[in-house]
Design a protein around this ligand. Structure first.
Ligand code: JCF
Length: 678
């Protein structure tokens, strides 16, 4: 017989630990420190080790038990697990709603004002947990809806899953199936992939796959090492209890100790649903788990029963999906583009596919290492992802779908444009063509020169640049200024009028300020921002071209690598020649930059760099810029470590995330006004 004092202490400890696990994992509101929790847990472990006969299956120490399984056993759900029909857009949602209202009317229900429940649709794995006499008996995957796999020993390792129902779950059914979605939080997903990468193991394409891989593990110790979590949203079979509404199910789940998503809300009417959908669309990026839409459910369970299902899809619920931001397609080939600095940039030609509302047929591949790391091969089926307005990324190949005919990628050792042997830059992943006369480099340099953020020569596009090079009408950017309207008018499909316009645009570019000219030269590491800093310091391009690397490196914000790059560029006789021909053409090479606007010098914002993103409530971009510049501040386009403030309005872009990552202070319009007022 066990010592009653020991049994009592064991009960107390288990009760205490369960309570604190519930506070921590389910309510996200701990009452004690980790150390205090650990002390209780250790005491329980020691007491159980001394009295193994008193260990119970639902003891908090028993989440990981047993050895790896030889395979999964199938289990039949007591009540089938349903799925959801999709509504892909507002139109489909409204059609679903109208059909539902009609069905409700046919069923004799007053159909205006019917309450609905809206939940975020978790992009995880559906599970069903069977509790018998309040204890977790079986945890199963959805499978085909009727029969799933028994993953009980893995489900038990998820700390937020109650091993026993809390007695507050009233009424307390003798048997109940609880339905929910298991997922891997995004941060845990990122960490897991980092670890796998470091260990040379294949990475997971997305958090959903990672959660699936973690739950369908034969060794529960592996599952336990993955910080899975779960949200619960429903019940299947329930012995002897009727829940009148979905809200009452959710309330019972909360009472029973299950994690119920805090963003679940009520709605009435299609407009309400659409409004809530938009809210989630705007806020999904703030969540630490992926959601792929909103689940819309009729609240009344009796009505749900009357309406029934079509196959596995209930008529009383729908998944109102976000437009997909990922897609799968075939990687047709990996090609090389030679950039203006000679860097060989691989890019992917894809079978055209729609991602997030746009058709994509190309993706950048960054560099050779990136391709190797992801093990991308020509012919692979790949997962594409588009986040917001960003260029699509290839996330990963689907290695399961390989046929064996896929071709691994090798960086060419000769420049694809001119055939010169490429060089690997020490300590850089890049591979460069060293040939200064490489036609691809020439063409890319000129395209950069005429581009919007550089000399902004309207009408001179990529095609025209290539055509002019082909015909030998130009050799470099300076050649543009010698082109005659007559020469252009002879080109295919170019009338006299457009030829005159183009020459006019080239002519007009001569007035661009020195920092734009410097940027347009395309010196490695000299973007628009660094060009501004350099001109601020040296006054003119000519002055800068005579400076030593040390003098250049003294410029605030310019490091030795940039300084060396600038110095090297101007030492090259070809570049000196280009510079003098640009000067002859009339560009501002020796001419100093105009003094900053009156009153700005010495203003309260002198030396401060700002970046604007999103729409401000009352100031236009132009107005905000003028306000900052009038006090001596500068406004630049991209966020970097040198940015002093990010000013954020409605619908900010990726700059916000970048600023947060770099720890750049963030202001709203009011904050900006305060700062400007000093
Ligand atoms: O979050 C989910 N993935 C989710 C899936 C939420 C629900 O309320 C569901 C579901 C699948 C079927 N409800 C049903 C009936």
């Amino acid at each position: 017989m066990a010592d009653p004092a020991i049994s009592q202490r064991l009960d107390e400890l288990r009760e205490t630990i369960r309570h604190h696990e519930y506070r921590y994992y389910v309510l996200d509101s701990p009452e004690i420190s980790d150390a205090e929790y650990d002390a209780f847990f250790q005491e329980l472990q020691e007491l159980e080790a001394a009295h193994p006969e008193l260990v119970t299956a639902d003891s908090p120490t028993q989440r990981v038990g047993g050895e790896p399984l030889p395979g999964f056993v199938q289990v039949r759900h007591l009540e089938p697990m349903l799925s959801l029909a999709n509504a892909k857009n507002e139109e489909e949602l409204k059609a679903w709603y109208a059909r539902l209202m009609k069905l409700c009317a046919d069923a004799g229900t007053d159909y205006w004002d019917l309450p609905f429940v809206l939940e975020p649709k978790i992009d995880g794995l559906a599970v069903s947990l069977r509790y018998e006499e309040g204890r977790l008996a079986i945890g199963a995957t959805r499978g085909n809806g009727d029969i799933g796999e028994d993953v009980t020993q893995n489900i038990r390792t998820i700390p937020s899953v109650p091993l026993a129902l809390r007695p507050e779950a009233q009424p307390f059914p003798s048997v109940v199936e609880v339905r929910g979605e298991v997922y891997l939080p995004l941060e845990a997903f990122a960490r897991l992939n980092e670890q796998r990468l470091a260990a040379g193991e294949p990475t997971f394409a997305n958090p959903r796959n990672a959660a699936a891989g973690s739950l369908r593990q034969l060794d529960p110790r592996v599952t336990a090492s993955r910080p899975l979590a779960a949200w619960f949203y429903g019940v299947g079979y329930v012995e002897g209890v009727e829940f009148p509404t979905q809200q009452s199910v959710l309330e019972w789940l909360r009472q029973g100790g299950f994690r119920v998503n805090p963003h679940i809300r009520a709605a009435a009417g299609a407009d309400d649903i659409v409004e809530a959908f938009r809210w989630w669309q705007d806020h999904r990026a703030d969540l630490d788990y992926d959601i792929d839409g909103v689940v819309v459910k009729l609240d009344n369970r009796q009505l749900q029963g009357v309406l029934g299902a079509v196959g596995r899809d209930p008529r009383w619920a729908v998944a109102f999906k976000f437009p997909p931001t990922t897609a799968q397609t075939k990687l047709l080939s990996i090609n090389i583009n030679v950039g203006r600095t000679g860097v060989l940039n691989p890019w992917a030609l894809l079978e055209p596919v729609e991602v997030g509302g746009v058709t994509v047929e190309r993706a950048t591949l960054h560099n050779e290492e990136d391709i190797k790391r992801k093990d991308l091969r020509e012919g692979d089926i790949v997962v594409l992802q588009r986040a917001g307005d960003v260029i699509p990324q290839i996330v990963a190949p689907l290695t399961d779908l390989r046929t064996g005919l896929e071709k691994p990628f090798h960086m060419p050792d000769k420049c694809p444009s001119c055939g010169t042997a490429v060089v690997r830059v020490p300590r850089e992943v890049a591979v460069r063509c060293p040939n200064p006369d490489c036609p691809a480099k020439r063409s890319e340099s000129i395209k950069h020169f005429v581009s919007k953020s550089a000399m902004d020569i309207d009408g001179v596009g990529e095609k025209l640049v290539d055509r002019l090079l082909e015909l030998g009408l130009i050799k470099d950017a300076a050649g543009l200024y010698l082109v005659k309207p007559g020469q252009l008018a002879n080109l295919e499909r170019l009338g006299e009028k457009s030829a005159a316009n183009i020459v006019g645009a080239i002519e007009a570019s001569k007035t661009r300020p020195p920092d734009r000219v410097l940027f347009a030269l395309g010196i490695p590491h000299v973007g628009a921002e660094n060009a501004e800093l350099l001109i601020e310091r040296f006054g003119s391009v000519a002055e800068l071209s005579r400076a030593s690397a040390e003098e250049i490196a003294e410029t605030p914000g310019i490091g030795p690598v940039i300084a060396a790059s600038v110095h090297e560029f101007f030492r090259d006789p070809r570049n000196q020649d280009l510079l003098s021909r640009l000067e002859e053409a009339g560009l501002k090479i020796s001419e100093a930059a105009e003094a900053p606007a009156k009153g700005a010098e010495g203003g309260p914002l002198t030396g401060k760099t700002f970046v604007l993103t999103g729409t401000l409530p009352s100031l236009s971009r132009q107005e905000a810029t003028e306000m900052i510049e009038a006090r001596g501040g500068r406004v630049t386009d991209s966020v970097s470590a040198k940015t002093n403030y990010l000013v954020v309005g409605e619908s900010p872009g990726s700059k916000l995330a970048k600023a947060e990552k770099l720890g750049v202070p963030i202001l709203d319009e009011e904050g900006l006004r305060h700062l400007v007022a000093g």
